[in-house]
Design a protein around this ligand. Structure first.
Ligand code: ZN
Length: 227
């Protein structure tokens, strides 16, 4: 699962919880940030094999600290617990429901990975591995990613009031994510090394976080001036 994860980020944002979209973008990929970091440190293991599954070259044969069910639950709780203190420290507004939303967003990553991954997600430690393996079916997996993203963006646009220019930018951002998913799923390429792959994860995910940050600022200056 790749861009499908962002559907949860878009869908979770509301006028009630007021969590910035960029924060939700970190939350939905939080487990992958931990994974990419641990692979870089040589603690978790990854093989990149051409044709490993139809939709992905990633053989994540050892990622118990970032992607086992028990750790996913733990990381979700940690994120939910630290969210308010971090907001307080940084002087950000937070609402009552925000911690729960953050926790659910972090955990959604594991559920969506469960659908796409082959049986490489451990229940605990590195044993009892599960995964429905939709990555073995390239077109249905791609269709699911895009459908999830579309629903997420529609919910985001429906639940949050915003100027037309920002609405357009959100849709353009969504289309860019579709293009990136097309590239990831369908454009043949030679496998990178494990370290290059997770560096790419860090760079791309962080780029999306920055874009989410700037998108929620589009059109807000004009509103402030008008007041
Ligand atoms: Zn993952």
């Amino acid at each position: 699962m790749f861009v499908g994860h962002y559907s949860v980020g878009f869908a979770a944002k509301s006028e009630t919880n007021k969590i910035p979209l960029w924060v939700l973008f970190i939350a939905v990929q939080f487990l992958d940030y931990i994974w990419a970091t641990l692979v870089l440190l040589g603690i978790e293991k990854l093989r990149v094999i051409k044709g490993f599954t139809e939709g992905s070259m990633l053989d994540s044969y050892f990622h118990p600290y970032s992607h086992s069910l028990i750790m996913a639950i733990l990381w979700s709780c940690v994120a939910a617990i630290v969210y308010k203190p971090i907001c307080r420290r940084l002087g950000f507004v937070y609402t009552k429901s925000a911690s729960l939303v953050i926790g659910v967003a972090v955990f959604s990553h594991w559920i969506l990975d469960l659908i796409a991954h082959p049986r490489d997600l451990a229940i605990y430690d590195n044993t009892w591995k599960v995964g429905f393996g939709l990555w073995n079916y390239r077109d249905p997996e791609f269709a699911l990613e895009i459908a999830l993203l579309a629903v997420g963006i529609m919910l985001y646009l429906a639940r949050n009031a915003m100027p037309a220019i920002r609405k357009g930018s959100v849709i353009a951002f969504g289309l860019a994510l579709v293009v990136i998913q097309i590239g990831d799923t369908y454009v043949p390429r030679n496998p990178l090394t494990d370290k290059q792959t997770v560096m790419g994860v860090w760079v791309f995910y962080t780029l999306f976080v920055l874009l989410a940050f700037f998108i929620e600022r589009i059109g807000s200056r004009r509103q402030t001036n008008a007041r």
